[in-house]
Ligand binder design. Structure first.
Ligand code: PEP
Ligand code: MN
Length: 337
């Protein structure tokens, strides 16, 4: 349920309503829009229905949100949300590019990649220290050592850090080093993990599950927001279909669709979405044209020897060339790179 306040509602009136909602044992979230303030109420809505809330001073109207996701919906917040990642704003005019290796492998290699992607215009360094691998015999990541390397390269380059957290037990550790917590596709419906990152002060990058519908994706984001963390960026990274010529099928429909349903920023991962480095450029251009707020791209100086996902990793010089090609596309859709 949402309580839409009158434009002239005072802070005292708003606090009074919040207090009332709390007394009923419900949770309220305030969304301060440009024109209006809205109070989202979550929990047992029937408790509110018996209250004559419309009669409260400052209240314009009370509405039910019919969609199962509430706080992530456009009904709750009309304006686009901007997620601040240690100063890098995602969801505004600027397209934010995150780039780096699939896995953090060693400090020198990471430094080299960090410097290269920074010079090409990336603002955030990606790299997994905890890797979700299909085989338990594959490289599982360097763990805390990898997080330290990411931090070293942050100091060196000024790039912000996004890295995956796979387990509720590691959230405290990962948030010490990361500027943004990545929840991977395989964990999109790990509800305990979603609750835990929802309690974090760090922004969350939530990747779409490989077999998840848009509705399920948005419900997972609802877990993050309903635990208090509104700094959530959604990432379309491809889904499983019958098509096996590419690793996944990059569902670019998701970009304009999610942007119509939700106020949260949406970015695209063309590396996992295709599984092929030579398709990454075209799908990056398409993603920006479709309205994505950013990209997350895998880059490796020696893809043949990468510990993971070499086939979809761009050489730094290819990444640089791609970035140059993206700028006019961004401009054509009223954005900048
Ligand atoms: C990754 O970003 O390297 C990764 C494992 O992504 P996903 O969870 O989308 O497969
Ligand atoms: Mn990868």
């Amino acid at each position: 349920m949402i309580i839409v306040l009158r434009p002239d509602a005072t802070k005292k009136q708003i606090d009074h309503i919040i207090e009332k909602v709390k007394k009923l044992g419900l949770k309220s979230m305030v969304s301060q829009g440009i024109e209006r303030t809205i109070i989202g109420v979550i929990g047992e809505e029937d408790l509110l229905r018996v209250q004559p809330l419309e009669a409260y001073p400052g209240v314009e109207k009370v509405m039910s949100i019919l969609k199962p996701y509430k706080l992530v919906s456009r009904e709750f917040k009309k304006e686009n949300s901007i997620v601040d990642t240690d100063g890098v704003k995602i969801g505004g005019k600027k397209i934010v590019v995150m780039a780096g290796p699939c896995s953090v492998e060693n400090l020198e290699g990471l430094r080299k990649i960090g410097r290269a992607v920074k010079a090409s215009g990336a603002l955030i360094l990606r790299g997994g220290a905890f890797k979700p691998r299909s085989s338990p015999y594959s490289f599982q990541g360097l763990g805390e050592e990898g997080l330290r390397y990411l931090n070293e390269v942050k100091k060196d380059t000024g790039l912000k850090i996004v890295t995956e957290v796979m387990d509720t037990r590691d959230v405290e550790l990962v948030e010490k080093y990361a500027d943004m917590l990545q929840v991977g596709a395989r964990n999109m419906q790990n509800f305990n993990l979603l609750k835990e990152v929802g309690l974090s002060k760090k922004p969350v990058l939530l990747k779409r599950g490989i077999s998840s519908t848009i509705k399920e994706f948005l419900m997972s984001a609802e877990y993050v927001l309903s635990n208090g963390n509104f700094n959530c960026v959604l990432c379309e990274r491809g889904i499983r279909t019958f098509e096996d010529s590419t690793r996944f099928t990059l569902d670019l429909n998701a970009v304009p669709l999610i942007k119509s349903l939700s106020h949260l920023p949406v970015i695209v991962d063309p590396s996992h979405g295709t599984g092929k480095w030579d398709l990454v450029g075209a799908m990056s251009r398409a993603a920006i044209a479709a309205g994505a707020d950013g990209l997350i791209v895998e880059v490796h100086p020696n893809p043949e020897d990468a510990y993971s996902d070499g086939a979809q990793s761009l050489l730094p010089e290819k990444f640089d060339a791609m970035m140059k090609e993206l700028a006019p596309v961004a401009k054509a859709v009223g954005r900048e790179l």
